[in-house]
Design a protein. Structure first.
Length: 180
């Protein structure tokens, strides 16, 4: 799972350094260019946000003056509500989403999210994670759960035997087996 920030509505605060770095320094609201008083919205499904994450949001607010508005949505309504808001140009500043192919086809991140490819952490981001949170070589998200995903494929031995197919051991063999 990753998170992305909408291109049109993301304030400068949403593009700053990771929370660990932001938490290391207290913001002085009198600083020119200070984002104190800004509100950023974080939209997520109710099963995705842990209490500890919301506590970090409170610490972030105390240290920066930037308010984090968590918009926690019932799981069965999240996808529809997020897509409605994104399509209306009123998406949240940060949202949670399933990484991978859905970034382009479902969330249209090229129009709805900020290019994060040049952020300081991008240089140490794993290649696999970058592939899961990017489209056409541009990174639009940051994974914060296990990037190996929990998806797997199961085959029916009896059907394979009946078809005379052997279990594929490479992707090319899998494609060939599926075409039969």
């Amino acid at each position: 799972m990753g998170a992305a920030a909408p291109a049109a509505s993301a304030p400068a605060a949403a593009e700053e350094a990771p929370a660990e770095e932001a938490a290391a320094e207290e913001a002085d609201p009198s600083d020119e260019g200070s984002a104190a008083g800004t509100t950023i919205t974080v939209m997520a499904s109710q099963d995705w946000v842990e209490d500890s994450e919301q506590e970090l949001g409170k610490k972030f607010e105390e240290q920066t003056g930037i308010h984090v508005d968590y918009q926690i949505v019932p799981a069965d309504q999240y996808q529809d509500l997020l897509l409605t808001r994104l399509n209306a140009g009123e998406g949240p500043d940060i949202w949670g989403a399933q990484s991978g192919f859905a970034l382009k086809t479902t969330y249209n991140v090229q129009e709805n999210a900020v290019d994060l490819s040049n952020e300081p952490w991008a240089d140490v981001y794993s290649v696999f994670s970058a592939e899961q949170t990017g489209v056409d070589g541009v990174n639009y998200g940051l994974t914060y759960y296990d990037t190996t995903t929990d998806y797997y494929m199961v085959y029916n031995k009896k059907l394979f035997e009946a078809a005379g197919a052997k279990v594929p051991t490479t992707f090319a063999e899998l494609k060939d087996t599926c075409d039969k």
